[in-house]
Design a protein around this ligand. Sequence first.
Ligand code: B12
Ligand code: SF4
Length: 472
Amino acid sequence: MKFLLINPNRGGTIENLDARAAAPPLGLMYIASVLVKNGHEIRLIDQVGSSVSDDKIIKVANHFNPDMTCFSTMGSQTIGAGRINDKIKELLPNTKTILGGVSPTFNDIRIFKKYPNVDFCIKGEGEESIIDLIKALKTKKFENVHGLSYKIKNKIKQGLPRKLIENIDKIPFPDRDLVKDIKYGAISGFRTEKFTTVLSSRGCPYACRYCSCSALVNRNWRARSVNNFLDELEIIQDQGYKNVLFFDDGLTIDNNRVLEITKGIKERGIKLNWYFEGRVDHANLKMFKEMVKTGAKVCYFGAESANQRILDWYEKGITVEQTKLAVKNARKAGMDFVIASFILGCPTETKEEIENTIKFITKLDIDFAQISRLTAYPGTFIWDDMVKKGYLDPDKYWENEVYVGLKHPESLPDSYLRDKVEEAYTRVLKNKKFKARHVFRLLKSRYKQKLFFSNLKVFREKDKIYDLIREK
Ligand code: B12
Ligand code: SF4
């Protein structure tokens, strides 16, 4: 069969942001590999990374004439998928449409209602479900497919509950050749050398109230074997990549496993720069040192707040002291660029607590802080709680994020929080000690110098960066 795989841009008018925050569409690249392995013919279009127009996609579709058109969507990408799919269906009414990704995982029924041209939604991990769906097309026994939602005679039906893939070593490596001509060169708005993305493990056992990662995998964490993962890194190096971004939600959960990975990197002579995210309570100094020795350059911590009461409200399971120690350890280990994320606007959070967080950020020895307003997304505790209490109409906001401050009666007003985020960025970047530390680190780190000089234009367009960050 022929499959057209599309990573659509967001439905709105911020394609510029899409291109600047683009990364290879890893989920779709995994699906592509599985389809090819099963003998199917595929085309993949990353509209986000390549900025191709809808018209160009329709032309490709018309020429390729796929049996199945598959979209991967998170958030407002579903709007883009709906828009493109309607046009494709007009030309090719026999192609069947599948939506997969985070959005259909939590919004399948809403998708069918809003977009009548969608035939199937695959919820959760798609590698096994899509193959089962292809088989079911012959038998028509859709009810036996895990994670599938479908329509029969305009009635929405569900298959079996979604299921996690037990042995993730068995999943073929994502097909990077499909996007080899796209230059993904910006991470969080900062220009970098060409990079690719990897997943050494899947899922997360925690359940922070603002995050949907745990709901995606029922609080499950599965790791690939170290050798299986290193085999992929070797291929990536052979393909000419120098930079790798880890998309793991829980890379550092098992410190010993990370040490085995770093040992393997040394033994196999792999030379790649890495970027990763980690929890502050898994920020072991010995592990960081080995990571730095084997190429780790940028680490990103979810610090979220300087107030223990707020961290506890989020059920984050960390302490403020752990954040300080994590940053200290990353510094001691020689990490070139340390980023921490913070959220303002937790329900019941006071103005004083927000002030405390901003002061804390200016003192923390990091290179950059990402500061956001608390947002509700489908699949999170906060979303479910607000829906349950009647603060939020899910049918209105499922495709576009909603700031908690706009809807929650116990939250500070959103306009106040928006101003505070802007003020926080300004105060942090203008803080004399923060600036002095930057200059010092710039002189010490060749990597940081490279990053800094290739981003001079971006730094000059400081307001644009703020916009970008605010939009994210
Ligand atoms: C990387 C990432 C991004 C990147 C995406 C770049 C890229 N090209 O990949 C960027 C930075 C752009 C991004 C943006 C956003 N993101 Co994001 N992102 C992630 C992250 C960390 C990893 C995604 C990933 O690649 N996972 C690995 C792959 C293998 O998994 P996958 O994509 O889910 O694919 C699997 C299945 O979903 C399925 N599948 C996927 N596509 C398809 C297609 C078909 C046809 C089939 C059959 C199956 C299928 O099979 C795949 C293999 O098993 C996730 C966290 C997470 N754990 O998912 C958050 C996450 C998805 N993001 C999230 C959010 C909130 C956002 C933003 C809204 C943030 C913001 N405020 O701007 C935006 C939304 C952008 C938009 N489109 O509207 C939330 C989603 C919340 C929700 N419930 O909707 C998550 C879950 C993080 C969280 N903390 O909760 N994000
Ligand atoms: S914020 Fe991080 S630790 Fe918390 S549930 Fe999400 S991925 Fe897991």
